[in-house]
Design a protein around this ligand. Structure first.
Ligand SMILES: Cc1cc2nc3c(=O)[nH]c(=O)nc-3n(C[C@H](O)[C@H](O)[C@H](O)COP(=O)(O)OP(=O)(O)OC[C@H]3O[C@@H](n4cnc5c(N)ncnc54)[C@H](O)[C@@H]3O)c2cc1C
Length: 449
């Protein structure tokens, strides 16, 4: 039987084969380029439809890529030539909110900000807030273990996931975790699937943990530092203090200059780095004053304070400002918090040695940096050169005891660097896990692990 006809049976209306639609579903927000169009897209509306698609792919040995909103920055959701894209975007229902137990049950395609908004009606919040949280799906956040601005205080996605429904590579449907606060039965499969980038199974729904919405006023602080090392010291002392901000972001001089040109908010371009943070609590004013003192002790030359999140504005627009400035190739690395200053200094050195601007901003309290190599033209050579410099940056993060990805994942873009971080024995252990869950190798092959 014709394979597409076989796929369509039982999935009428859910299979897309129009070339324009195929193209739309072929890429994500990264610079990874699809090598060809997929055979079809399954725009699933139920777990059973996902399972049917996976069973068809297994029977026909077709590679499957899994897609939420396609905002991923690692090339993980990019389609395979002649492959099947399984899109979860239409599985977008919030199934229940349980305020008493502070839990929500959601389908994988729900936009993350919508969960937070639904929780807010009960005085609760869904804490992990990637900057893309108005576009990205909870399934994509779970698959990449996404971080966000609030994660310095409330933890990353994995800390908010209590259980999952997952379609395995043979179409079997399993449920992991529980609704209880404590549960030590069986292996912690929930944590295994979080961050597995679509390589072990397809998340179709999740039970997520909600937190009380913080009460009190929001107070923001902004500190200018003469050196990145001094800013790094301020971050370390703040993270070791009893007062951890709800948000803490660091921008180096190059990104400050670009952001200030794009959207002037009175940022000082005199310093080497600017640290912005926010407290939302009943004691936020005292907390922000305490933070200001720590910044001054670390060498800040100027510290401002304001109510609301006006001082955070510059950080919020930094991605857009960098895009508007021109071509760039960005990456995502993380280092132990106390090495943040060393990493920024290394970036200054690489920038000078390679004669290229590397504006960088960081989720400072998580030691997670996003350096962007500025590219002067659109040629393949210019991009290859940028990739070479990004490799130098990744190597430097590893030398400081860091990781090649803090939150975007390995996907296809960092697949080549995986074994720089994983030693042969632990890489082999990953491959054994992959083989156990996906013996045919049809789910997101050649990416992630
Ligand atoms: C402007 C912008 C800002 C961003 N800011 C942040 C940030 O602050 N923090 C951060 O961590 N990331 C950030 N990202 C990256 C991206 O938004 C996240 O990685 C997000 O989690 C991806 O969600 P998605 O729904 O778009 O997933 P997709 O891009 O569709 O997929 C991402 C990966 O998850 C897999 N996947 C998706 N859904 C499922 C599922 N249901 N089951 C199994 N696997 C699945 C895909 O196969 C792929 O490997 C940003 C991206 C942009 C464009």
């Amino acid at each position: 039987m014709n394979t597409i006809k076989e796929l369509t049976e039982g999935l009428e209306g859910r299979i897309l084969t129009d070339p324009y639609q195929l193209l739309h579903y072929s890429s994500d927000a990264s610079r990874a380029v699809p090598e060809g169009l997929p055979l079809a897209v399954l725009a699933a509306r139920s777990t059973e439809e996902v399972a049917a698609g996976v069973r068809w792919a297994a029977r026909n040995n077709v590679h499957v890529s899994v897609r939420g909103a396609g905002t991923g920055l690692a090339g993980g959701a990019v389609a395979y030539p002649q492959g099947l894209v399984i899109s979860l975007a239409e599985m977008d229902k919030i199934l229940s909110i349980d305020p008493g137990n502070r839990l929500a049950e959601v389908q994988a395609g729900v936009i993350t900000a919508d969960i937070d908004a639904a929780a807010a009606e009960h005085g609760l919040m869904y804490a992990p807030d990637p900057a893309s949280y108005r576009q990205s799906t909870i399934g994509g956040n779970i698959a990449t273990n996404a971080g966000g601005l609030r994660c310095v205080k409330y933890g990353v996605t994995t800390d908010s996931v209590a259980g999952l429904e997952v379609v395995l590579a043979d179409g079997e449907i399993i449920r992991t975790g529980s609704k209880t606060r404590k549960n030590v039965v069986g292996y912690d499969l929930t944590s295994l699937f979080v961050g597995s980038e679509g390589t072990l199974g397809i998340v179709t729904s999740a039970i997520v943990r909600l937190k009380p919405r913080p009460a009190g006023t929001a107070v923001t602080f902004r500190a200018t530092f003469p050196t990145v090392a001094a800013a790094g010291r301020a971050v370390t002392s703040m993270m070791n203090s009893p007062v951890v901000p709800d948000v803490m972001e660091l921008m180096d001089r190059a990104s400050v200059e670009i952001v200030e040109k794009f959207h002037p908010t009175g940022l000082s371009t005199d310093g080497a780095a600017i640290l912005v943070g926010q407290f939302i609590s009943l004691t936020s004013e005292q907390d922000a004053e305490f933070a200001a003192r720590l910044c001054e002790e670390a060498g800040a030359t100027n510290v401002e304070q304001a109510e609301g999140d006006v001082l955070l504005e510059a950080r919020r627009v930094s991605g857009k400002a960098l895009d508007a400035r021109g071509l760039r190739a960005s990456c995502d690395v993380a280092v132990p918090i106390a090495r943040l200053g060393d990493m920024f200094e290394a970036l200054e050195r690489i920038s000078a040695e390679e004669n290229v601007a590397i504006p960088t901003f960081a989720h400072a309290g998580d030691g997670n940096l996003h350096p962007s190599v500025v590219i002067t033209d659109e040629s393949a050579e210019a991009y290859a050169e940028a990739e070479r410099i990004l490799d130098l940056i990744t190597d430097q993060a590893l030398r400081l005891g860091g990781t090649i990805s803090g939150e975007h994942g390995v996907g296809s873009l960092k697949f080549g660097s995986l074994t720089k971080q994983l030693d042969p024995a632990s890489h082999a252990a990953h491959l054994r896990i992959k083989k156990a869950f996906d013996p045919q190798g049809i789910l997101t092959p050649g990416r992630g692990v």
